[in-house]
Design a binder for this molecule. Structure first.
Ligand code: GDP
Ligand code: MN
Length: 378
């Protein structure tokens, strides 16, 4: 789950990381009054779940409350990478002497948290990685022991030459790791971590993603979920307890089990198609889940064919077949549906489906090929 910059900054503040104050506005009026309260120059920043807001015109410096108001009215409602801006953060502007990059993320390869730091912050880190890979230092963290003091110091030493700055940075990377592990983050990033002309270090941007599987034990973090900032289909899927990820293709996939869902997507591609989604209805064959799944898939206008691929184990194929028939009774579906069922109670399932007029298959290759063909014809 992605959270907004101002929320990430709250988590950073709790961990002791120095962050400029600020407040969130939903209207130009509110932005103006926050700017007046803060006094002096401010920055008005779009709050959307993506980076690169600066380049897109979503981060603007204002000399006066009136200017803050004008910037807020330009930024609110603006679209950045397809996301509409509904809130802006108004925060005091700081003078910047240097910008560094500091992040910790879950690294799949080393199966552990990994720090990535660079003295060349403020810009796209992918660009730094490509053009000047030596400007990035990585540090794997053993989750059993956390970030050790000498590791924190080595990261700080890589970023700064001045011992006073090294000392501040050592504290900040340690605090960042604390925020990362306390809040079950998959990413906690400060870009840029700045130094002011007076030698003070501050996190002026914050980007955090939370591991959704840990949200049940993090009630305060759970409150950060912004339903307006995520696609509606994902909200519906979560409420129906389905694992759903929207993709760019036109073959809607409805599968039981994450592994089979991946294999199905691979096969769709193998036959020349593109999956419109990943969707795992899980082990249950509850008709309500099938209805919810079909609703989500059919609401996606790019879906031109719907493919069910069910492997019956504990899931009984006849239950799923009843679920599909029930779902199509409850919702009006024009998109062609092809179904493959195999395993427990397969014969019963195929009888139910053929009676209801569905094309049912037992071969995975056949059904995927058919779905790709139907989608291409549409
Ligand atoms: P991003 O573009 O989404 O990563 O948003 P950032 O918060 O990182 O802002 C982009 C850039 O705007 C930063 O790298 C800074 O160079 C600049 N910026 C942001 N806040 C301030 C500020 O308070 N003072 C100054 N001078 N520049 C700022
Ligand atoms: Mn940034």
């Amino acid at each position: 789950m992605d959270i907004h910059e101002y929320q990430a900054k709250e988590l950073f503040t709790q961990a002791g990381i120095p962050v400029p104050p600020g407040e969130v506005a939903r209207t130009p009026d509110e932005a103006e009054s926050i700017a007046r309260k803060l006094g002096g120059k401010v920055v008005v920043k779009a709050q959307v779940h993506t980076g690169g807001r600066g380049k897109a015109g979503g981060v603007k410096l204002a000399d006066s409350p009136e200017e803050a108001r004008a910037h807020a009215s330009a930024i609110l409602g603006m679209e950045i990478k397809g996301l509409e801006v509904a809130r802006v953060l108004v925060t005091p502007a700081v003078d910047i002497e240097s910008e560094a990059y500091v992040a910790v993320l879950v690294d799949r390869e080393s199966q552990a948290p990994m720090f990535m730091v660079s003295p060349e912050g403020g810009v796209d880190i992918e660009q730094v990685a490509e053009e000047t890979p030596d400007a990035i230092r990585k540090q794997r963290v053993d989750p059993r022991y956390g970030l050790l003091p000498h590791q924190a110091y080595q990261l700080a030493e890589f970023l700064y030459e001045d011992p006073k700055l090294q000392k501040q940075a050592t504290a900040i990377v340690t605090q960042l790791f604390d925020a990362f592990s306390r809040n079950a983050c998959s990413l906690a990033e400060i870009n840029p971590l700045i130094v002011t002309p007076a030698g003070e270090m501050k996190a002026i941007d914050a980007k955090v993603s939370i591991d959704e599987n840990a949200l049940f034990r993090l009630p305060a973090v759970r409150e950060y979920r912004d339903l307006d900032a995520e696609p509606e289909s994902e909200t519906q899927a979560r409420e129906a307890d389905l694992s759903y990820v929207k993709l760019d293709g036109n073959v809607g996939c409805c599968v039981n089990g994450a592994g089979l869902a991946m294999a199905t997507m691979d096969l769709v591609k193998y036959y020349g198609g593109e999956p419109a989604n990943f969707l795992d209805i899980g082990g249950s064959s509850n008709p309500d889940k099938v209805v919810a799944a079909l609703r989500i898939i059919t609401e996606d206008p790019s879906v031109k064919a719907i493919l069910f691929n069910i492997f019956g184990g504990i899931t009984r194929c006849d239950d799923v077949a009843n679920g599909i028939v029930e779902a199509t009774r409850r919702i009006d579906i024009e998109t062609p549906i092809v179904i493959r069922l195999t395993g427990t109670n397969e014969e019963e399932a195929l009888a139910i489906l053929s009676e209801a007029g569905f094309s049912a298959y037992t071969s995975m290759d056949d059904v995927v090929e058919k779905a790709v063909q139907l989608a291409a014809q549409a």
